[in-house]
Design a protein around this ligand. Structure first.
Ligand code: UT7
Length: 325
């Protein structure tokens, strides 16, 4: 079987910053509460006129550039997002149009915060089977477009951004194993009720604030720790590795307390975890993508390092991927 690796990365983060101090003026909260409960200090938010495919396109151009790959040589383009530009066509089609990847198969994946790992596993199968050669996967979100700025329990958590990776066959290293899971019976813990076929947009759905993220934070928190630990263990088991083999854990950045609890249960020293939650908050599918790209671009990984991506999110869905760098 072919080995699939990451050969290029790119990030797009909007310039606008919303600090905890800014939020103190919007809802009944404090910098101290947000920092101690979540680890977030600030988040970047889109400006008027920006939307998901703009961020995804910028991240994609940078990733193609760093992989030295021409857009016309791309065979597959997947965007993981829960904040697409439109219900249809897919955001992947808009990115394809912008970067002129005219040959690429395009589709979106909706797996919330685990979307980037779902996209990676999906693209890996396409390459491994020989169906495509070059793939681009993008985690891109404008979560602040579905954030309820009157709900202090959620609005302090989210931000916007995008991260993109080029995937192709490699001679050494690459993806060693992955594990994915889901449980739809937990869907009412984290969801957005309005705007789909069940509750199409109407005056009533808008008035009832149904077009915003709803979350049972406490419940999600407990499950997140358990599922991230379980995902990492299962993915490692599949390639005969142990937690002690991990050089870098690149987790979905939902809450610093979740990440510290995961580290403790995996018996992993915290300096092996990549944290960027303080500056970006939770960017759903873009969180793991941007964290991975930032870790690569800051030169954190050495050849042969064992890197584990680990995420969970609304669905609930979860997953982990083990990569030899
Ligand atoms: O991306 C995947 C999905 N998301 C997550 O993984 C998020 C998982 N959950 C969490 O990160 C945490 O549950 C939160 C950060 C959302 C909340 O932290 P918590 O420690 O679970 O707080 P809590 O919901 O139990 O609330 C504790 C108190 C409550 O007041 P009372 O009932 O004790 O009087 C809340 O009303 O804090 C209050 N509270 C706030 N206070 C100040 C809730 N939000 C805020 C706020 N500022 N923004």
């Amino acid at each position: 079987m072919k080995k699939v690796g990451i050969t290029g990365t790119g990030i797009s983060i909007p310039k606008n910053i919303l600090t905890n101090k800014d939020l103190e003026k919007m809802v009944d909260t404090s910098d101290e509460w947000i920092t101690t409960r979540s680890g977030i200090k600030e988040r970047h938010i889109i400006e008027k006129g920006q939307y998901t495919s703009i961020l995804a396109t910028e991240a994609s151009r940078k990733a193609l550039n760093s992989a030295k790959l021409k857009p016309e040589d791309l065979d597959l383009l997947i965007v993981a997002t829960i904040t697409p530009d439109m219900r249809f066509p897919s955001t992947a089609c808009f990115v394809q149009r912008e970067i002129k990847a005219n040959k690429a198969i395009c589709f979106d994946i909706s797996a919330a915060c685990a979307g980037f790992i779902y996209a990676l596993v999906c693209a890996e199968q396409f390459i491994k089977t020989g169906f495509v050669k070059n793939a681009l996967i993008i985690g891109a979100e404008t979560l602040t477009t579905i954030t309820d700025w009157q709900d202090r329990g959620t609005c302090v958590l989210f931000g916007d951004g995008a991260g993109a990776c080029v995937l192709k066959e490699v001679d050494s290293g690459g993806v060693l194993s992955s594990y994915l899971g889901g449980d739809g019976s937990l869907s009412d813990l984290l969801y957005m009720p309005g705007g789909g076929s069940k509750f199409p947009a109407s005056k009533e759905t808008v008035e009832k604030r149904m077009h915003f993220i709803k979350m049972e934070g406490n419940e999600v928190f407990k499950l997140a720790v358990r599922l991230m630990v379980d995902s990492a263990n299962k993915a490692l088991e599949k390639c005969n590795l142990k937690c002690s083999d991990i050089d870098w854990l690149i987790p979905h950045q939902a809450n610093i307390r979740i990440l510290k609890a995961v580290a403790k249960r995996l018996e992993l020293s915290e300096d092996k975890i990549f944290f960027n939650i303080a500056k970006y908050g939770n960017m759903s599918a873009a969180s793991t993508a941007v964290a991975l790209c930032e870790a690569v671009e800051s030169g954190k990984f050495k050849k042969d390092d064992i890197v584990v991506l680990d995420a969970f999110g609304g669905g609930l869905v979860w997953g982990a991927t083990v990569i030899k760098w």
